[in-house]
Design a protein around this ligand. Structure first.
Ligand code: BEZ
Ligand code: FE
Length: 640
């Protein structure tokens, strides 16, 4: 059973091109009137734009933000904040601008509005890293979380490609590590996987030169989603390693992330197979670590610590530092493992693929799919190619072995052997896997004004006996008498006369006539026709719950999975009126057993109806001793 904790980080997000213009409204929304604008020295133009958009609300400006949020810079900014008597800060820039805003907020409680110009993601976390006398400290505090973030892709549109690439991979790392974090939970997983997908899409567009505002918008959205993960899930090896390398060898932050991420992923791949498989699926590659490496190469990002200026003789010390203190990580941290990881990262080698066979399978899949290229019917070609892709993907994802596949083949062979004219094990398999109901939904549920359909089931027999209205289809079999009084109309309520209605149901013991070879059938089935008012009346017996045939391979599957074989009590109808869409459905007995665990997933709420208990005189004067039931229902068909 899933158990998790998730604390949402309450921030207001304003997203879209041109949203910088909303900055004054956002400050006003916070009830603030005096903003100190924080900008990055080399990007003063952004500070100017924000100041202009703020108008009178801007009361000061500080352009001294610096990497790693040095405390001496914060002290100077604090003096400025107090001098101009600001009640909020508006920061425009990358991680440094956000860092300074947070450092001011945690000291003074001022509100923050952040306009990120990179993909740092820190603007949606309550974490703050500061440096003082060369030492980095981090802390977390609700006051650190910015109140409002304005994501305007125009602000990162001219971020030079090399910086955009490393910044996006930095964001990707938040999503990746969130997926195997001890704090992972379904909410974070969804955010992280979406982040992986959009960041990869954006990175591909940086790689192939189709980079535009849409691509930058993807990257920014990915950065936000990934930053949200960073705020709530603890990070592992990759982040600790980057922190250590950055601090000890003065390496550039985002570039270090870009080099280390594929190597750290490869290190953790065997210990976090599910996370890797999900990442690979979202990246659309067979193996996640090499997929990320290849993406970085394609986008022109750095792959080696050597090119970032790390000395080779620093590797031993890096290993020392990286293994000095334990922390949560999927794979245990070993000296040998870390030595190999750092050696590869330093040299920029492609990480070992966790799925050496994956590319061989992918190549095979491709060949099989292409074998359908000449198919004349495009629908058939598409369905087959996709089916092959999914089956191969299934085999790959589960590392399917020959004996397991043989078990599946044997299962289908037994299904074939047990299938006869009156026993359809493949339909039963489709039913019990919910495929019949899924296809039924897709085929028949597009018109809400018509009566819902339900699966046909294996016990329908073509051409049932024609019976007159008022017939008792149970032919005297034991059971509670049931008087059925149904009407067939179109969706405007107009009666459909002379409509052939096939009905069938099981006996009191749960068997259909076709299951009882000794029975002098057909019984409990027939074809009746509606009268001039679209009405149809006949007698039967109250249906009871029954097990679907469980003596074959499908029954073995149910037993192996701890499922019961019962169907909720129901009566089948097939209405095939000329000029109207055919309706195949079932009416379920309200209060019956297994309504919420029907073995074939066939129950729909609007098909659960009252089979009303009655005593005394019957509608057609038939003599009934004791209780009988009455079913009234109107079927609505779509006119063709
Ligand atoms: C039936 O209702 O007759 C039925 C439907 C699906 C599987 C087995 C039986
Ligand atoms: Fe049935």
């Amino acid at each position: 059973m899933t158990r998790f904790e998730y604390t949402a980080q309450p921030a207001r997000i304003v997203f879209g091109p041109g949203r910088l213009d909303d900055v004054a409204a956002e400050v006003a929304r916070l009830g603030r009137t005096r903003a100190l604008v924080l900008a990055t020295p080399g990007r003063a133009a952004f500070g100017d734009r924000v100041e202009k958009a703020l108008g009178d609300l801007a009361v000061g400006r500080f352009d001294g933000t610096a990497m790693h949020t040095p405390v001496e810079v914060t002290v100077r900014a604090l003096e400025e904040l107090q001098r101009v008597d600001a009640d909020c800060v508006v920061a425009v820039g990358g991680g440094s601008a956000t860092g300074l805003a947070k450092a001011l907020a945690v000291r003074t409680g001022v509100d923050q509005v952040i306009l990120p110009t990179t993909y740092a993601g820190s603007e949606v976390t309550a974490l703050l890293g500061e440096t003082e006398n060369g030492r980095k400290t981090t802390r977390t505090d609700p006051a650190i979380l910015p109140e409002t973030v304005i994501y305007d892709p125009e602000l990162s549109a001219d971020l030079p490609r090399p910086i955009a690439v490393t910044s996006a991979v930095n964001a990707l790392a938040h999503a990746v590590e969130a997926l195997y974090s001890p704090d992972a939970n379904p909410v974070v997983d969804s955010l992280a996987l979406d982040a992986v997908e959009v960041l990869a899409a954006g990175l591909r567009r940086l790689a192939d030169g189709t980079d535009d505002l849409d691509a930058r918008s993807d990257l920014l959205r990915g950065a936000w989603l990934a930053g949200t993960c960073l705020g709530v899930a603890g990070m592992g090896l990759h982040h600790k390693l980057c922190h250590t390398l950055g601090g000890s060898f003065d390496l550039p932050h985002a570039s270090t992330h870009t080099v280390v991420l594929p190597q750290a992923m490869a290190y953790n791949a065997d210990a976090a197979p599910e996370a890797m498989a999900r990442i690979a699926a979202r990246l659309g590659v067979p193996d996640a670590p090499t997929g990320v490496y290849d993406l970085v190469v394609a986008a022109g990002g750095p792959t080696s610590l050597r090119e970032l200026g790390m000395p080779e003789d620093g590797l031993d010390r890096a290993v020392e530092l990286a293994t000095a203190r334990p922390y949560p990580n999927p794979a245990p941290l070993t000296r040998e493992g870390m030595t190999e990881l750092l050696r590869r990262a330093w040299a920029g080698e492609r990480p070992p693929s966790g799925a050496p066979l994956a590319s061989a399978v992918a190549e095979l899949t491709d060949r099989v799919r292409r074998s359908f290229d000449a198919t004349a019917n495009p629908r058939l070609a598409g369905l087959l190619a996709d089916l092959v892709g999914r089956l191969h993907g299934f085999a790959l994802d589960h590392d399917l072995r020959q004996d397991e596949w043989q078990t599946a083949i044997d299962f289908l062979t037994r299904a074939g052997h047990i299938t006869t004219d009156v026993r359809q094990e493949f339909v039963l398999l489709s039913d019990t896997l919910g495929v019949s109901s899924a296809v039924d939904l897709l085929t028949n549920s597009r018109t809400p004004e018509t009566t819902s359909s339900a699966v046909l089931g294996p016990f329908y027999v073509e051409g049932p006996p024609e019976l007159a209205q008022g017939t008792d289809i149970s032919a005297g079999l034991p059971g509670t008498p049931l008087h059925v009084d149904v009407t067939v109309t179109d969706t405007d309520g107009q009666p459909v006369p002379d409509a052939p209605v096939d009905v069938w149901q099981s006996n009191e013991d749960g068997f259909y006539d076709v299951q009882l070879p000794d029975l002098d059938g057909p019984v409990l089935r027939g074809r009746l026709r509606t009268d001039a008012d679209g009405r149809l009346r006949f007698w039967s017996i109250l249906p009871s719950e029954y097990p679907i045939p469980a003596d074959g391979p499908v029954g073995a599957m149910l037993t192996a999975t701890g499922r019961h074989p019962y169907r909720a009590p129901h009566l089948h109808f097939l209405i095939d009126a000329p000029g109207h869409q055919q309706l195949i459905t079932q009416l379920f007995v309200r209060g019956g057993r297994y309504l919420d665990s029907d073995a074939v997933f066939g129950v729909k709420e609007d098909l659960v109806v009252d089979f009303v208990p009655r005593t005394g005189p019957t509608p057609d004067g038939r003599d009934v001793d004791g209780e009988w039931r009455e079913l009234e229902f109107t079927f609505r068909l779509r006119r063709l």
